[in-house]
Design a protein around this ligand. Structure first.
Ligand SMILES: Cc1cc2nc3c(=O)[nH]c(=O)nc-3n(C[C@H](O)[C@H](O)[C@H](O)COP(=O)(O)OP(=O)(O)OC[C@H]3O[C@@H](n4cnc5c(N)ncnc54)[C@H](O)[C@@H]3O)c2cc1C
Length: 386
């Protein structure tokens, strides 16, 4: 086996790894550094669709599939129009993002892309090693997007809610969708009494992505997702004739697992495996952009790459909501109803982006029935029974 030396190594380039590469390419500090990417897939497939919100124009506007300036929230008690003001809700196909990032990486001579599966990472003081079937790579610092085996263990000291979902891009024979508005959450159809909803992302008058989502300890079988999707399309959207063009499914962990604690001076866990997914919502695309930028700023300021990535106050709020979803899952629906009923969507976006101040946080927090939150707070504060 050959040993090959690099300044930085990035193991796995999905959302987080690619955002990190792009942030490094944009900073001159890295132009003299040798950076290796080791990724097991070719990254040519459209394996997911990312949605996110941001104010005004953004970095990815040239590769967006769709963008909406207004939306709707629905539940059995009320419906609400969402005026996004200076925000837009945006949708990007992962293949577009992969292509864009790969072009930038290929034109950066200090980046080296290897399509190999990493078997293990040895991380001790000094230089760390990455082992693949045919090579050993050494780097001064490794960024690792593989999820640690510990996370999948049986220990119940951490909350592990699965955000599982299945969606269809459907095509109707008649115009059926308003392309200026999306449905962010629709709780009118649920899986039993569990926290579950559908969202609709119109791409054209005749095409939309319709996705059924469940926040629960367990996921659903494919046939149960299909049944809910069929039911939503016929009973709520009132569409009878359509074909399914594409299928998306996935599971996102919503957890208080301390992923970030695995990072040290020679290794930084990134993406899902670094805790970059917002625990209470599962959104991660914009977080990956934000945290990749912070990692780069930390390195250029001579700090540990993982230095102060997260806002502790918001992690605490996240853990309280996770606790309710874990212990009283059926209450999730009313919590989202209260949040959307009593707050403008722009305030909700700020809150979910961890970007409010204490005053604006309190305005959102006081819109909830305090009882389940106080009970969850107590459960979080009391020592756990062994
Ligand atoms: C279907 C789906 C839809 C989603 N939609 C949204 C959304 O709309 N908005 C949003 O904000 N978030 C969304 N998410 C959540 C989140 O944005 C994604 O999961 C995001 O891709 C996480 O980034 P990541 O880099 O951690 O993981 P990934 O993007 O999964 O990247 C990990 C990379 O590591 C590689 N890898 C793994 N093991 C090895 C190994 N041993 N050797 C070499 N390479 C390896 C993989 O091939 C992969 O390329 C979605 C997730 C899924 C699954």
């Amino acid at each position: 086996m050959k040993k090959i030396y690099f300044d930085y190594a990035i193991v796995g380039v999905g959302a987080a790894g690619l955002h990190l590469c792009l942030a490094m390419i944009d900073d001159n500090f890295f132009s003299t550094k040798k950076i290796i990417i080791i990724e097991k897939d070719a990254k040519t497939e459209n394996d997911r669709t990312w949605c996110f919100w941001e104010k005004g124009e953004g970095k990815w506007d040239h590769i967006l599939q769709q963008s909406w300036s207004g939306g709707h929230f629905h539940c059995s008690k009320f419906s609400k129009k969402l005026d996004l003001e200076d925000y837009n809700y945006k949708m990007i196909r992962s293949s577009q993002f992969y292509d864009h990032a790969k072009k930038k990486i290929n034109s950066s001579p200090n980046f080296f892309w290897k399509e190999e599966e990493v078997l293990s990472v040895e991380n001790s003081k000094g230089t760390s090693k990455i082992i693949t079937k045919s090579n050993v790579y050494q780097a001064n610092h490794i960024f690792d997007s593989r999820i640690d085996d510990d996370f999948f263990g049986e220990k119940d000291e951490f909350i592990r809610i699965l955000q599982s979902f299945k969606g269809w891009i459907i095509k109707t024979d008649q115009p059926a969708f308003d392309t200026s508005k999306f449905i962010m959450m629709d709780f009118r159809l649920r899986w039993k009494d569990k926290t579950s909803f559908t969202y609709v992302l119109p791409i054209s008058e005749k095409e939309a992505m319709v996705e059924f989502t469940l926040f629960n300890k367990h996921t659903l079988e494919a046939k149960d997702f299909d049944e809910k999707l069929k039911q939503y399309i016929s009973e709520i959207l009132k569409i009878d004739n359509y074909e399914i063009l594409e299928i998306e499914k996935g599971v996102i962990p919503m957890t208080d697992f301390p992923f970030h604690s695995k990072s040290n001076s020679a290794l930084t866990k990134i993406g899902t495996s670094g805790g970059w997914v917002k625990p209470s919502s599962g959104y991660a695309f914009k977080n990956c952009e934000k945290y990749a930028q912070k990692v780069v700023e930390n390195i250029t300021s001579n700090r540990l790459p993982s230095h102060q990535l997260f806002n502790k106050r918001y992690r605490w709020y996240d853990s309280i909501l996770l606790d309710i979803l874990w212990n009283k899952n059926e209450m999730g629906t009313s919590i989202f109803e209260e949040m959307f009923k009593n707050n403008d969507i722009t305030e909700i976006f700020k809150f979910l982006d961890d970007e409010g101040n204490l005053l604006s946080d309190l305005r959102v927090i006081k819109s909830f029935n305090p009882i389940p939150f106080l009970k969850a707070l107590l459960r979080r504060c009391l020592p756990k029974k062994m």
